[in-house]
Design a protein around this ligand. Structure first.
Ligand SMILES: [Zn+2]
Length: 391
């Protein structure tokens, strides 16, 4: 029954939060970190980035406790998943489209909640309402939603735009505390999964990504290659020559050469066959792509296939000439030595390997970058720049 004075039924609302926290104990800390703000302006429930939860008294009256418990989890999911922070990294035009952003975010949250057996009020948003697959992030859903879609408004803590009901100022929970709370929640989820053996897939991915963020290996590898190429070009560029006699005014000033030769690069490929063809091809494609971009091409790039069984090294001219062998002990030192023994000595050697190989005992006189392909690759010595390429 609606309270005629429009007062919030706190007992019912807090009973619903208690139920949510009891059913999903790993969310308890996050749920209890929310500050309740009664508001007749918010359509149902909504959050701001300071972990205030705005609640419509009429909505609480009209909604059964079990569904309210689901909405509590829905709202806290917006904040745990840092939806407002992620919305702020969208292109400006997308950011302004708050309702579409909100619907995309609700799709990200609700498919997991429903799979998890939680109840949500009728009219809830789900990916399948828009013919979309489950289990994606809102950034993926957003461009696939029809234009002008307009459903719920879960507040500035979701879509990131100011809401008319937002209180001014900041609440007790700052960004640092919020991040600590996210970490704590992710760890509680892991502990729950270990002891009970269950955790919804969406939360599992979220906790994993939060606790062990994956770096984009393509970016890391191309960055390392680009940087090494710039370094090598600079090192050659600024080998100072004897100043010309025709520049007496600059007597005593040593001018760098104007010539800017590009570095030579050797790519040594481990063909021992213990890593995936696809990952190897992807890593090699990334390396050769970046080298082309910085202008290191043609005979400046040598690709060597290091065969494990016979320790033979062959020079290949096209990447499809590389065939993976059948396992066996790998020794990438053979490939690195062969690369450095060439008449046109490379200043950069890039090794693509699963990492199960001995490395040269000391720093060779070149930049050595190792792309370690696959899980569990042992760590090379510290002087080898490494980029991990997960399988
Ligand atoms: Zn929402």
């Amino acid at each position: 029954m609606t309270d005629p004075r429009g007062r919030l039924d706190t007992t019912k609302l807090l009973a619903a939060r208690y139920r949510a926290a009891n059913d999903r104990p790993y969310l308890a800390s996050a749920l209890y970190a929310l500050t309740v703000v009664p508001s007749p302006d918010v359509p149902t429930m909504g959050v701001d980035r300071h972990w205030r939860c705005y609640v419509s008294p009429a909505f609480v009256d009209a909604t059964p406790v079990e569904e309210l418990a689901g909405v509590w989890i829905h709202e806290v999911a917006h904040l745990l998943r840092d939806h407002h922070g992620r919305a702020g990294r969208l292109p400006a035009a997308d950011q302004r489209d708050r309702y579409r952003v909100n619907v995309a975010q609700d799709c990200e949250i609700n498919d997991d909640l429903l799979t998890d057996g939680l109840r949500l009020p009728a009219g809830r948003v789900e990916p399948r309402l828009y013919g979309l697959p489950e289990g994606r992030l809102f950034e993926t859903y957003l461009p696939q939603l029809p234009p002008h879609v307009r459903e719920h408004d879960c507040g500035s803590g979701a879509h990131g735009r100011p809401a008319p009901w937002d209180l001014p100022g900041t609440a007790a929970l700052g960004d640092v505390e919020a991040q600590a709370l996210r970490r704590h929640t992710a760890e509680a989820m892991r502990a729950h999964q270990r002891s009970r053996g269950t955790l919804p897939a969406g939360w599992q991915r979220w906790a994993e990504e939060l606790l062990e963020p994956t770096v984009d290996w393509r970016q890391a590898l191309s960055g390392a290659v680009r940087e090494a190429a710039a370094w090598a070009a600079g090192a050659i560029d600024y080998t100072y020559r004897r100043p010309s006699r025709r520049t007496p005014a600059l007597r005593g000033v040593v001018l760098p050469s104007l010539r800017r030769p590009l570095p030579r690069v050797a790519v040594v490929v481990d063909t021992s066959g213990s890593m995936g063809d696809d990952e190897l091809a992807a890593a090699l494609g990334e390396v050769t792509g970046v080298l082309r971009e910085v202008g290191v091409r043609g005979n400046r790039v040598t690709v060597l296939a290091c065969d494990a069984d016979v320790h033979a090294v062959s020079r290949v001219t096209a990447t499809d000439q590389i065939t993976l062998g059948g396992g066996g002990g790998t020794d990438m030192r053979v490939g690195i030595e062969a690369a450095l023994a060439a008449r046109d000595r490379p200043s950069i050697v890039i090794v693509l390997t699963d990492g199960f190989t001995p490395w040269p005992a000391e720093t060779p006189s070149c930049r050595l970058i190792a792309a370690l392909i696959g899980e569990g690759a042992p760590q090379p010595p510290g002087w080898v720049e490494t980029v991990r390429v997960p399988a």
